[in-house]
Write a protein that binds this ligand. Structure first.
Ligand SMILES: Cc1cc2nc3c(=O)[nH]c(=O)nc-3n(C[C@H](O)[C@H](O)[C@H](O)COP(=O)(O)OP(=O)(O)OC[C@H]3O[C@@H](n4cnc5c(N)ncnc54)[C@H](O)[C@@H]3O)c2cc1C
Length: 461
């Protein structure tokens, strides 16, 4: 009997275990969880699938990215979504859970399999390629953002050459390109007046700049967890830390206006924010050098003070927090296995996603792919035009910018062109409809019947 060893009994690890157990009764699954013997700095218990913070798995609306992802996971027989629905508490259009009930449900469902075993142990090193070829076993690493130090060292060996394992993220907001006012923002690379450059530049006059600086200075910030002792790299300081050094610092850093000629005035603006394309189809742009720990509503309020960003839609907000993750596009194959050791798979937050559902989604795919490898079969990954496929595609292929953890969002899907006669809401609905259609075709179900099934029997997802 082939054994699949899974490191980490969090959202990704438990979902992966479930997918493996359901793939074939002849597969044995050993799930290693170091808690409660060795706790992380954020977990409170020894429970499987403990939600470390909020109890919400976000929206269930199938026109939203989180809703689409849940829908696809549910069709894939996701344990996390099933147990979340069983443990749900009223939360409007969000899927929120009673966390203890949720964890118990996960634990119980897995324990019902005779070939499942939970092992209370910290795994410190990973087996070599030769060892795994000999035994035929398969491993899934789903040890999360707070992976133990010794395992992190072992992962570094699996991802050699350069710095591919990160311990903190420093994320700049990502905006929807179509929500930016291009009557004000202009396209130009620095010192290349007269040519259409690669960057969009958002100009600010003197008054707008100082109002912006003051708003950031007095904004509300995400509190640091006690285990977070962030030592910032000079190259990626949060904007608020730069402002602490002086009101002008941003104008000599990420808001430097030199060499950017605003076609409306013929002059360099007082300050400018540069937006860099994030994905090939151009629907996402990131605010270059704008990593921040401001609370999300504050980011929306303050960035929307800037005229060209007045209607900006955020695909991802900025953040800086403790987060172990690998630069997956460099180290993983498209099926989430390691290039250097194809019998080891990576899943969950450590693979470069952000969020409970996203982590479980990568556990789901890694579980299916690992089970297929153990059985000598192949698993066809979902196409990048559906939500789970788009997220997986980001993990293994990356975007155009620096790779950093990503939450699920519609910007990962193909762009539906902006049209004057189609509202923003309808454009997003169309994007979601196409994603649903793609996924349904991939799994071989008729969209009509599936849609009806969801509306009648499972109205929330
Ligand atoms: C403080 C904090 C708050 C967060 N809040 C939210 C939130 O509110 N909403 C949201 O959507 N996301 C949140 N996240 C992000 C993320 O969604 C969660 O961390 C999520 O739990 C990730 O799922 P995972 O399965 O990848 O990792 P985890 O759920 O963390 O599971 C990994 C498991 O591996 C175990 N482990 C680690 N190393 C070893 C080892 N060597 N051997 C054996 N076991 C090991 C850990 O004990 C842990 O149980 C938060 C993250 C952190 C750190």
């Amino acid at each position: 009997m082939t054994t699949i060893h899974i490191i980490g009994g969090g959202l990704a690890g438990t979902e992966a275990a479930w997918q493996c157990l359901n793939a074939d009764r002849d597969l044995k699954v050993r799930l290693y969880e170091m808690r409660p013997k060795k706790m992380t700095a954020a977990h409170q218990s020894g429970d499987l699938a403990e939600l470390v913070c909020s109890n919400s798995l976000k929206s269930t609306l199938t026109d939203s990215a989180p809703g689409l992802l849940k829908r696809e996971m549910e069709i894939f027989n996701s344990l996390v979504i099933r147990e979340a629905k069983l443990a749900s508490v009223p939360a409007g259009q969000a899927l929120a859970v009673e966390r203890t009930l949720f964890s118990q449900g996960i634990q119980k469902s897995l324990s019902e399999f005779a070939n499942f075993e939970r092992v209370d142990e910290e795994i410190q090193t990973l087996p070599s390629k030769e060892e795994l070829e000999k035994s035929g076993d398969v491993w899934i690493v789903a040890s999360g953002p707070l992976t133990s130090d010794s395992l992190a060292t072992s992962l570094q060996e699996l991802a050699p050459e350069g710095k591919r394992l990160h311990f903190y993220d420093a994320i700049a907001p990502v905006l929807e390109m179509d929500s930016i006012d291009t009557e004000i923002a202009f396209k130009q690379s620095r010192y290349e007046e007269g040519y259409e450059g690669d960057y969009w530049n958002v100009p600010l006059n003197k008054e707008e700049y100082y109002a912006f600086v003051e708003a950031v200075r007095t904004a509300e910030y995400m509190p640091l967890h006690e285990f977070e002792d962030v030592k910032y790299f000079e190259a990626c300081l949060p904007i608020e830390v730069m402002i602490e050094r002086g009101k002008e610092t941003l104008r000599f850093g990420p808001m430097k206006p030199v060499g950017l000629t605003d076609p409306r005035t013929g002059n360099w603006p007082y300050a400018a924010i540069q937006l860099r394309q994030e994905n090939k189809h151009g629907s996402m742009v990131s605010m270059v050098g704008f990593q921040t720990k401001m609370k999300w509503p504050e980011q929306k309020r303050i960035f929307q003070m800037i005229p060209a960003l007045r209607d900006a839609d955020f695909f991802r907000y900025g953040s800086v927090h403790r987060n172990t993750y690998l630069k997956s596009p460099d180290v993983l194959e498209s099926d989430l296995s390691f290039k250097t050791n194809p019998r080891i798979f990576l899943a969950g937050q450590i693979s470069g996603v952000e969020g409970y559902t996203e982590s479980a989604a990568m556990g789901l795919l890694a579980g299916r792919a690992a089970a297929a490898r153990a059985l000598g079969k192949t698993f066809e990954m979902p196409p990048q035009e559906c939500m789970i496929g788009a997220l997986k595609h980001y993990v293994t292929e990356g975007g155009l910018g620096v790779f950093s953890p990503m939450n699920t969002n519609l910007g990962l899907l193909p762009r539906v062109p902006k049209r004057r006669d189609v509202s923003k809401v309808d454009r997003k609905k169309e994007q979601a409809r196409l994603a649903r259609e793609t996924f349904d075709t991939y799994v071989g179900i008729k969209t009509e019947s599936r849609a009806a099934h969801f509306e009648v029997e499972q109205p929330t997802i």
